[in-house]
Design a protein around this ligand. Structure first.
Ligand code: FAD
Length: 299
């Protein structure tokens, strides 16, 4: 019986494990090793870790956690969770069972993007979603911005500070009103509303964007707005957690869900902005909540 099982070893789960391990709590950190940012070479914006690769981030974290004897790090995919009188029992894909008093869901999100041929060959290499994460590396370059969202105007305004050479593609949607269009055009930003066909280039380096009408534009990178971020909550669907209208779990400031003993952290809890440092901070905060709850129950 562990004090806590953490499902998901991204920055949220890793930092939760660190704080709980340092609080002398027994922890099983179970991770399937499919990080959301695996497609990228370098992560930015986390002080002391700026430019670190996702794999290095995780291997440094694993080494740090290994100093704490009460933390077990397990590589496996959790397939079921059962709520019991004493807490939770989880089963992983190899058929092993683990039980704990508390359970943290730090399983990240699933991103849904506009369906455009070639996108995943460039995603994380020359096409990105977050300008705070990857804008600096693409400053002053000829960029494409793809969005099917009504927030496109705000997205473009923000990216303009990193590069003024922008083409905005709305993939067949009329999303900008006259005033917004006029403003963007006055800044030299080109707007192309026709449907997109494909992204083209070599070894992840974008060279061209092609439209269904045959038009092509040369671009060396860009930003594509995700249509939706869906927290990975399938594992707890049977537990009857209260959810927000958006489908995300209802949680308090310490990540407590409506199911006693179940907490959510990081992207799975829809932390905004969706960045490493926020996910790690969220994991840290949730761990203090868990330690507080265990203390109240046991002292
Ligand atoms: C292309 C790209 C570039 C990015 N660049 C940056 C950047 O430069 N700077 C920055 O701050 N942020 C960046 N981000 C955002 C950052 O990756 C996320 O904010 C962060 O990873 C969220 O951390 P998390 O711990 O909540 O989830 P994740 O990092 O997604 O971790 C979730 C973990 O849960 C595991 N998991 C899921 N289901 C199960 C299961 N059933 N059993 C066991 N394990 C499971 C997964 O394998 C995964 O390891 C980028 C994201 C992308 C997509």
């Amino acid at each position: 019986m562990y004090d806590c099982i953490i499902i998901g070893g991204g920055p949220a789960g890793l930092n939760a494990a660190l704080v709980l391990g340092r609080a002398r709590r027994s922890v099983a950190l179970i991770d399937s090793n499919k990080p959301r940012n695996a497609v990228t070479h370098a992560s930015h914006g986390f002080i002391t870790r700026d430019g670190v690769s996702p794999s290095e981030f995780r291997s440094v974290a694993a080494e740090e956690l290994s100093s704490y004897p009460s933390i077990d790090q397990l590589q496996a995919e959790v397939v079921t969770i059962e709520k019991t009188e004493l807490g939770f029992v989880v089963e992983e894909s190899l058929g092993h069972y683990y039980q704990a008093k508390k359970l943290v869901l730090a399983t990240g999100v699933n991103e849904i993007f506009p369906e455009i041929e070639g996108f995943y060959s460039f995603y994380g290499k020359s096409l990105f979603v977050c300008p705070y994460c990857d804008g600096w590396e693409h400053r002053d370059q000829p960029l494409v911005i793809v969005s099917e969202s009504s927030h496109v105007f705000h997205y473009v305004k923000m990216i303009y500070n990193w590069s003024k050479d922008l083409v905005v593609c709305t993939n067949g949607h009329a999303l900008l009103n006259d005033e917004e269009t006029e403003k963007l055009v006055s800044k030299g930003i080109k707007i192309m509303e026709q449907p997109l066909a494909s992204f083209e280039g070599v070894n992840g380096q974008l060279e061209k964007v092609r439209f269904e009408d045959g038009t092509e534009i040369e671009r060396s990178g860009g930003f594509v707005m995700s249509k939706k971020l869906i927290p990975n909550l399938q594992l707890v669907e049977n537990l009857g957690c209260n959810t927000e209208e958006s489908g995300t779990l209802k949680t308090d400031e310490f990540g407590r869900t409506s199911v006693k003993g179940l907490y959510a952290a990081g992207d799975a809890s829809y932390v905004n902005p969706s960045q490493l440092i926020f996910a790690a901070a969220d994991g840290s905060k949730i761990a203090t909540g868990i330690n507080m709850d265990l203390t109240e129950e046991e002292f």
